[in-house]
Design a protein around this ligand. Structure first.
Ligand SMILES: [Zn+2]
Length: 341
């Protein structure tokens, strides 16, 4: 096992106007992801204190506008799958409905409407809602893979909750994708996992669980078969990774596994709610049967705005330099989250 938690602490000096221009030194960190080697920047000197956010005006406005996912219109205004792909037209599990994305951005792109409810407050997101929606996503992905093995080789299940996350509709929905090529970050995960497997003769993801359990700084706990850790080099505020050791393809995933993911996500969402992170992105990443050293895993990150109602938490650092940053130390996030596991 060779997992390195590499970081450097940089010191910057200035004369501080808040302290009569006395010399002041502040610290920032650069961390390297133990798997991909990608940089993440942490500015822990800025306290992340978010104010309580009320989505009511957005929700009310969205109700006045047209919502294609509401139950009175869904059957008439949303597309259906072609009969050769899914003769049932739409894939239904519980209250969740998988439909084709009218504006696809991948060869196989489905939207899973998670609920008949137009708006679900964060604290009311429950495990069943998530399991049913993920089950509908999984059925879609399995259909796509058997329909077009090469064209749907790489897949993911994604969730943008509320507008700060980039979600265009308030009505809760998942974005489910499959294509011939993996996304850029997904490819890094696949390639780095295979490389680790080759050089270290072990599975990175299992080794990460062991390493994080041993140091105790970021390991949160287990829900079903899924182990949760606060990411050492987070891609954004409050990133948590949920790892399902021993499974890597969509065809291996069971409903019990989904329940494990959903239970952990529920804990994290409850924590986000408690610290006023009111929006998030989440994804589940898979590999193919031919890949080596991989484990199915989920990631969830918090999204926020510093200024009420306007502003973005994505800056030049992410979009023009490819460097993720966060203002919350992963170890502090872990401390807060441990109470929820
Ligand atoms: Zn709606």
């Amino acid at each position: 096992m060779s997992i390195e938690f590499k970081k450097v602490v940089n010191k910057s000096s200035y004369l501080d106007p808040r302290k009569k221009f006395e010399p002041q030194t502040v610290e920032t960190e650069i961390r390297w992801d133990p798997l991909t080697g990608k940089i993440s920047r942490i500015f822990p000197f800025r306290n992340l204190i978010l104010h309580r956010h009320d989505w009511t005006p957005f929700v009310e406005e969205s109700k006045k506008r047209f919502c294609p996912f509401c139950p009175d219109v869904l059957e008439t205004v949303t597309p259906k799958f072609t009969p050769d792909f899914a003769p049932e037209g739409r894939i239904k599990v519980g209250d969740a409905v998988a439909i084709p994305n009218l504006n696809p951005y991948e060869k196989y792109a489905s939207v899973v409407v998670m609920s008949s409810r137009h708006y679900i407050p964060m604290e009311e997101i429950d495990v069943k809602l998530m399991v049913d929606s993920m089950q509908a996503s999984l059925i879609y992905l399995q259909k796509a893979l058997s329909y077009d093995p090469a064209g749907a080789a790489y897949s993911s299940i994604n969730w943008n909750y509320m507008p700060y996350s980039g979600g265009s509709l308030v009505h809760p929905h998942l974005q489910v994708l499959a294509g011939a090529e993996p996304c850029t970050f997904d490819k890094q995960l696949l390639d780095s996992s295979a490389k680790y497997y080759q050089t270290e003769h072990g599975n990175y993801w299992s080794d990460l669980i062991t390493a994080e359990k041993n140091n105790g700084d970021r390991y949160l706990g287990q829900t079903g078969g899924v182990h949760w850790v606060s990411a050492f080099a987070p891609r954004h505020v409050g990133e948590v990774i949920g790892i399902l050791p021993g499974k890597q393809t969509i065809n291996e995933l069971t409903e019990t596994d989904l329940a494990g993911f959903a239970a952990g996500l529920k804990n994290i969402i409850n924590y986000y709610h408690s610290i006023n992170i009111v929006s998030f992105n989440a994804a589940i990443y898979f590999a193919g049967a031919e890949d080596t050293g991989y484990s199915i895993h989920a990631r969830i990150i918090g999204r926020f705005t510093i200024f009420p109602l306007v502003g973005s938490d994505i800056t030049h650092m992410q979009v023009l330099h490819d460097d993720p940053w966060t203002v919350a130390l992963p170890e502090s996030i872990a401390e807060g989250l441990k109470k929820y596991f």
